[in-house]
Each structure stands twice: as structure tokens, then as C-alpha cells.
Design a protein around this ligand. Sequence first.
Ligand SMILES: Cc1cc2nc3c(=O)[nH]c(=O)nc-3n(C[C@H](O)[C@H](O)[C@H](O)COP(=O)(O)OP(=O)(O)OC[C@H]3O[C@@H](n4cnc5c(N)ncnc54)[C@H](O)[C@@H]3O)c2cc1C
Length: 299
Amino acid sequence: MQTILSALQPYASYIQVRSDEPMAHHTTFRIGGPADLFLNCRSGAPLDQILPLLRGFGLPVYVIGRGSNLLVHDEGVRGVVVCTTGMHEIRVEGDAITAEAGAALSAIASTALRAGLTGAEFAAGIPGTLGGAVFMNAGAYGGQMADLVTRTHYLDENGCPGVIEGEAHAFGYRESIFKQHPDWTIVSAELRLTPGMAADIRAKMEDFSCRRREKQPLEYPSAGSTFKRPTGYFAGKLIQDSGLMGVSVGGAQVSEKHAGFLINRGNATCADMCALIDRVRDTVQEKFGVTLECEVRLL
Ligand SMILES: Cc1cc2nc3c(=O)[nH]c(=O)nc-3n(C[C@H](O)[C@H](O)[C@H](O)COP(=O)(O)OP(=O)(O)OC[C@H]3O[C@@H](n4cnc5c(N)ncnc54)[C@H](O)[C@@H]3O)c2cc1C
């Protein structure tokens, strides 16, 4: 460990390094044991040097954003977790917004509002980063990242830079080319928006935010919708109609407000959450013959 820390010393102005860092502090589920090594990167961090250096030590490297779609094992992560939330520069040029991977979607949506650009309103209430949102093709209220992203800068598994443009992103429902290449790291992305009226943009953002507060259990730790929407159904409705609302395993519970959300009632472990996910999946399969697929990623 000391050798790795020494090797990282030249990058000290760009990274904050901690060992045995509880991942529960870095996931919206508030679940997860310690990561052997946890790096928080600042703007402009030379990831093209840092990531190959870490991999050169034979360490598995996991890049995360806000951890808002992650369930981390109770045993934690053997390897290095690289967190991008300190890389959050956002730039507006005409109707394009370019941002670093760690920029919060809420900050991007606010920037768009200030610039009089419409299209990013759906993203305002998604509590993730741009990198996580491009990876997941995050979406809400009829919008999705695929509608906005024109170009993504990334590093491949060897730290070599690359650019993905347009259709090459292979966006689908909660899918992107980056899900097919989990060792690639998104560094920044360019979004194309449309000029709009600030009052309309603000009204749309407020409406979406209101709907979230009304329908979602935002008062509890979660990772949003736990399951993908199965074709022709709504996961939440299937779970509710299976009589699972409020059902719990340990500290993990199917929300009584929105059955699509599995929540942490305070002391849930990853084992509790996984057991609840299995129970929900098995019951829905049994009652409706529909297979629920997890949207949340297990680390
Ligand atoms: C209350 C709540 C509401 C939510 N509502 C929505 C919603 O309406 N719509 C929706 O789609 N999602 C929603 N989510 C889920 C989540 O916010 C999104 O999936 C978000 O895009 C994840 O971003 P993140 O930065 O937190 O990614 P993380 O959870 O940190 O990571 C998710 C995945 O992306 C990968 N990743 C992250 N950054 C990078 C990078 N720079 N390079 C390569 N890979 C990377 C990670 O390795 C991981 O596999 C919600 C979550 C919560 C808690």
C-alpha cells in the first residue's frame, strides 16, 4: 500500500487519497463496506496517467460518480474506487454545454436554465453525475441523456483517450456503449440543447421536482428505481400488485410511497437489500410471469 501511495504522490494536487474508506459514505443507499483505496479527483486530474498507474499495480479500478445507482457489498471493495465528483467544470458555448464527468446533473440543468437553454430539465432531479448519467443513459419524464449527448471523451482500459460521437454511443433504455466497456472511463461530454424561455424552463423544472417530492420516498436513502421498466409494464405497479409494498428484510424495505423504490430504513446491509431484491423478483415472476431486471449496479 505504501508503494502505491508513494507512486501517487506526484498527483497530490489533483487527488485526495484515503484507505479503508467506507463506501456507505459515497452511495445514496448509504450501504457498503470499505474500499481498500478511495481517490477523489479534482478538475483536470490527469486520469490518463493515474488510472494506468493504479492498474499497473494489478489493482482492480472502479470509477464512480455520486454512487446514486450503486449497491456496494458489505465486505467493501478490494481495489481502488476512483470518484469523479471533484471534477465538475461546466462550460457553455452557444447552445452546447460541455462538462467534466463529475459535474452534477442538477448543476448542468441549472446552468442550462441560466443560459436560456431547454432540454435538460428532466435531469435536474436525478442525483447523479454526468459520467454516471451517460453510462446509464439516465432519463426521466420523457427525456434521456441520449437526446442531449453529442460527444463523449473517454479513456480506454489502457488510459488511451478516445471520442464517441452521435449514434456510436449505442444508447438504449438504460444502455450505452460504456456499459459494454466497463473499463472505459468517461472524462467529459458535450450536450446539445435548444434556446428557450427561462420562465418555461424554470416552470418545467419545478413541475418535475414537485412530482418527485410527491411520488418518491426522497426522505430515505435509495438508489431511485431499483428495477428497469419491463416492456409493457411498470415495475412499481407489478411490485405493488404483488402485495409487496412495505415488505422488508432487515433494514431494507419496499417503499410504502413508491413500490419501485427499495429503501434503506436506517441500518440496512447489502445482504438485506440483495435478499429483498431476490424476494421481489421471485414474487413478481411467480405472480405475473414477468422477469424484473435490476437497474441498480452491484459493486
Ligand atoms: C432519489 C433518486 C432518484 C433517481 N431518479 C432517477 C431518474 O429519474 N432517472 C434515472 O435514470 N436514474 C435515476 N436515479 C439513479 C441515478 O441517479 C442515475 O442512474 C445516475 O445517472 C447515476 O449517476 P452517478 O454519478 O450516481 O453514477 P454511479 O452510481 O456512481 O455509477 C453508476 C454506474 O456508472 C459508472 N460510472 C460512473 N461514472 C463513470 C465515469 N466517469 N466513467 C465510466 N463509468 C462511470 C459506474 O461505474 C457505475 O457502473 C435516481 C437515484 C436516486 C437516489
